[in-house]
Design a protein around this ligand. Structure first.
Ligand code: PEP
Length: 244
């Protein structure tokens, strides 16, 4: 699975062009490819991807389904647009919008209630990694944000591991660091939901993933794909990452 997180980039017209460029360059693949444009560009991207194999995700949504929440977008609105996924808990939203695990736990319920799937992001700061607190930090994010779900919902959850020190910095986790954390995440999921669920869940790596380092990361046993920021804004780079 490869997810393009376009963040706050691309106008509707630029999104349309990038979509058609990706579609024209993409060869048949058995991988799941997902584009996550800004809310403003979602309908353009849904329309541009049409009945191709590309799926569409939102980058966030509100925890309530409707009401007096000026400037917000609900999961029911996103479901109406025909989306497949919503990314929740990206480190930029945790940092700039003060989203914590308790709020994310509510958003997860709201998204699933509308038949959408969740890409739930977790990640540690450099300070937490340096002090050896990285594994417990991720366990906490998973426990508080996801583990209120009944087992039946886990098939609609994808986990994105995004070390904060690697997101948008040009510094990538080594394949050893990524594999260690992905194996940890799988074991934490297994402790809560059992081996079958833990082996089925997709765990994506995100953080300065590029065509030149993607393969080394993706061959790791517990790395099931990537969440791609900067490199997904260029069709050739994104295609190269899919092919990796
Ligand atoms: C992201 O924001 O999800 C991300 C992984 O960004 P980048 O690839 O630019 O580090």
């Amino acid at each position: 699975m490869v997810v393009a997180n376009w963040k706050m980039n691309n106008s509707p017209e630029q999104s349309r062009q990038l979509c058609s460029s990706i579609l024209s360059k993409m060869s048949a693949t058995d991988k799941e490819v997902i584009l996550a444009p800004s809310h403003l560009c979602l309908s353009t991207v849904v329309e541009s991807t049409g009945d191709s194999i590309i799926k569409v995700a939102a980058q966030n949504c509100h925890q309530e389904l409707s009401g007096a929440f000026t400037g917000e977008v609900s999961a029911s609105m996103l479901a109406d647009l025909g989306l497949d996924y919503v990314i929740l808990g990206h480190s930029e939203r945790r940092l700039y919008n003060a989203e914590d695990n308790d709020l994310l736990a509510k958003k997860v319920i709201s998204v699933l209630s509308q038949g959408l799937k969740v890409i739930y992001c977790c990640g540690e700061t450099l300070e937490q990694r340096s002090s050896g607190a990285h594994l417990t930090r991720i366990t906490k994010q998973l426990t508080e944000g996801l583990f209120h779900l009944p087992v039946k919902d886990l098939k609609n959850i994808v986990i994105g591991y995004e070390p904060i020190w690697a997101v948008g910095t040009g510094v990538t986790a080594t394949s050893i660091q990524a594999q260690e954390m992905h194996a940890h995440i799988r074991s934490v999921v297994s402790n809560k939901y059992g081996d079958v669920i833990a082996n089925q869940i997709s765990i994506l790596y995100g953080g300065s993933c590029t065509p030149s380092n993607a393969k080394e990361l993706f061959v790791q046993k517990d790395v099931d794909g990537g969440l791609i920021g900067g490199a997904s804004l260029n069709a050739d780079d994104f295609i190269a990452i899919i092919n990796a």
